[in-house]
Design a protein around this ligand. Structure first.
Ligand code: ISL
Ligand code: CA
Length: 614
């Protein structure tokens, strides 16, 4: 049991303590060397709290200690013994159906569009598809608000279309994983409707219904101070019933109460229903949030300020998280030999280790997001991302995550602007930059997840007005920003971070939602070719999936590393900057087998090369 009498280094040794310290440093824009400094690391926690003044209150410290002491396990580290699995060798491709390919001219991508492109994806070298939600939904959050888990969204097509897609993929020896959104359902889901209509219904306890807090002057306040990820309170008030219900996301995405075993049974039945159909696994939406502290305690305002959301310490690594993950695995995934990758926003490496250790029987993999912004920067900031940070992040994970775990390698997804636009504002460099990112992604130790359009070199769109922003998060953020700044500034901020960038229809053809009419970005056939060549190269040698990683150089703007496996060796030489720099001198025995530029003494801006030991 840790107390404030212990030292900073003791806290850092605990997985939760480690990740909390790292997260704090990241938000403050400080390096983790700070904790390793003996003066800091030997400091008593109590002294640190005192020194921090009003930045860290005793309340705050106590909340942290509570979280830390709730996790007794220490991750098991295994080196050198990597089990072989299809999903470690595969290249995944994420499809956000709504903005993939529209085949009937309504401006909305559909399942037939995906079926049409299976050959293209096969040709690109993709092994598995992760399909963002295609279930019936009122689309408050584009399908992440599910009304019926066993029905296909009408705009996307029919169950027959879905079956055809699955069949076609399997015929081509490709896999399909679905998106599992079970932290919440739509408020239009039968369970929620029934729960709201009848307080004695068995579904009432499927959600978090609570009475409000009545103040002396007769005001009816939400049951607690938790905020939603999409702005505003995390509670929606139902006037007729005089009751509030919890929603960590939009007010049409109602949080399920996982402590109710009927919820778990129903969800697990549903998962098995899809697995019986033949899908190969699931990406699990915000799965780390499913276990909430049952009393739903007030959120600490200081933690809220730091993490950008009040209440988070009460559910982002909840008391039964491990238990529920094991239950899903044992009752659904394992019997079907299905694959699972969890979306775990907010969790750092040590906590991810406890969720993905092979021996722990929880998840196969997770998505960690700590590499998406450089230290001290937030999602909605307009800045240039420094790839030196990405390099250090990768080295740290590759060296310390352990060989009984697998890292997901990704830059883009449907929740973020395009990475190449974040790294440089110089559009002339997008083409080489897109190739550099691909080259690292396919030669590093982990499983690559490509987001649709990355293989075309797609960058951010130039939105000109809020009318073009259809996303619930973008709109909510805009409304909140308007309270603090001018409309112009608020728009600029939203555009810097909006998820909409990733959600405009891919430019295969010209149909667009009316809001997105006229929005286009260049596509680069040479980038697509590069993806294809690199995926083929990756497939040609298991060294890329399983080989040892060794960092040769991490000088500023440089990333040189070696991959080696069963006597075969590769050196990868990368220029992380928009300026030419000297190429790594590999020596005579190395043959250049791939370059995104030339083979000269200098690497052009963002150029990267692969050499093989002859
Ligand atoms: O996009 C985010 C912040 O800008 C994240 O907070 C994001 O909401 C979070 O990572 C959870 O994402 C997932 O669940 C959401 C859904 O809106 C996202 O599209 C999904 O990826 C709620 O289901
Ligand atoms: Ca359509």
């Amino acid at each position: 049991m840790l107390t404030l009498d212990d030292k900073v280094k003791d806290l850092y040794k605990n997985p939760v303590g480690h990740d909390i310290i790292e997260k704090l440093l990241l938000t403050m824009g400080k390096s983790s060397f700070l904790v390793k400094n003996p003066i800091v690391s030997n400091m008593k926690l109590e002294t640190l709290v005192k020194l921090a003044g009003d930045k860290i209150s005793y309340d705050f410290a106590e909340k942290v200690m509570e979280l830390v002491n709730a996790e007794e396990d220490i991750p098991v580290m295994q080196r050198g013994k990597i089990s072989k699995r299809w999903w470690k060798e595969a290249v995944f491709y994420q499809i956000y159906p709504r903005s993939f390919l529209d085949t009937n001219g309504d401006g909305i991508g559909d399942l037939r569009g995906i079926i049409e492109k299976v050959d293209y994806l096969k040709d690109l070298g993709v092994d598995a598809i992760w399909l963002s939600p295609v279930y019936d939904s009122p689309n408050d959050d584009n399908g992440y608000d599910i009304r019926d888990y066993r029905k296909i969204m009408a705009e996307f097509g029919t169950m027959e279309d879905f079956d055809e897609l699955l069949k076609k993929l399997h015929e081509k020896d490709m896999k399909l994983i679905m998106d599992l959104v079970v932290n919440h359902t739509s408020d239009e889901h039968e369970w929620f409707k029934e729960a709201l209509r009848d307080e004695n219904s068995k579904y009432r306890d499927y959600y978090f219904f609570r009475k409000g807090t009545k103040t002396e002057n007769g005001k009816n306040l939400p049951p607690n101070n938790w905020r939603s990820f999409f702005a505003g309170s995390a509670w929606n008030y139902y006037k007729n019933e005089d009751i509030w219900a919890l929603h960590l996301f939009s007010k049409k995405q109602m949080d399920l109460n996982w402590d109710n075993e009927n919820v778990r049974n129903d969800v697990i039945d549903m998962i098995n229903w899809w697995l019986d159909k033949g899908v190969d696994g699931f990406r699990m939406d915000v799965i780390s949030l499913i276990s909430k502290k049952p009393e739903l305690p007030e959120g600490d305002e200081k933690i809220g300020e730091m993490m950008g959301i009040t209440g988070i310490e009460n559910y982002y690594y909840g008391p039964h998280l491990h238990e529920y993950l094991r239950e899903i695995r044992a009752r659904a995934f394992d019997p079907h030999r299905a694959f699972s990758v969890g979306e775990t926003p907010g969790l750092g490496m040590e906590m991810c280790k406890l969720i993905t250790g092979e021996e722990r029987k929880e998840l196969d993999m997770v998505f960690c997001f700590d590499h998406l912004e450089t230290p001290g920067h937030g999602k909605y900031e307009d800045y240039e991302y420094d790839l030196n940070y990405f390099r250090d992040f990768i080295i740290n994970w590759t060296e310390n995550y352990g060989d009984n775990r697998r890292m997901a390698l990704f830059y883009d997804n449907h929740d973020n602007p395009r990475m190449i636009s974040k790294i440089t504002h110089n559009k002339e460099l997008y083409e080489p930059l897109a190739k550099l990112l691909a080259l690292m992604q396919f030669t590093l130790k982990g499983t690559p997840f490509v987001y649709q359009g990355e293989e075309m070199g797609i960058s951010n769109y130039e939105f000109t007005s809020m009318d073009q922003i259809t996303d619930v998060e973008g709109k909510g953020t805009y409304a909140e920003l308007l309270l603090k700044m001018s409309a112009g500034e608020a728009f600029h901020t939203v555009v810097s971070g909006t998820r909409e960038h990733a959600r405009v229809l891919l430019p295969w053809n010209s149909t667009r939602l009316p809001e997105h009419e006229g929005l286009d970005v260049p596509v680069y056939p040479s980038v697509t070719k590069c993806y294809k060549d690199l995926i083929a190269l990756r497939r040609s040698d298991l060294a890329f999936a399983y080989g040892d990683f060794y960092c040769i150089s991490k000088k500023k703007d440089k990333f040189v590393y070696k991959r080696s496996y069963e006597g075969r060796e590769y050196i990868i030489d990368c220029n992380l900057s928009g300026e030419p720099i000297k190429a790594y001198n590999v020596g005579m025995v190395w043959e250049l087998i791939y370059t995104t530029g030339s083979d000269g003494d200098m690497l052009a801006p963002y150029e990267a090369r692969i050499y093989k030991l002859t």
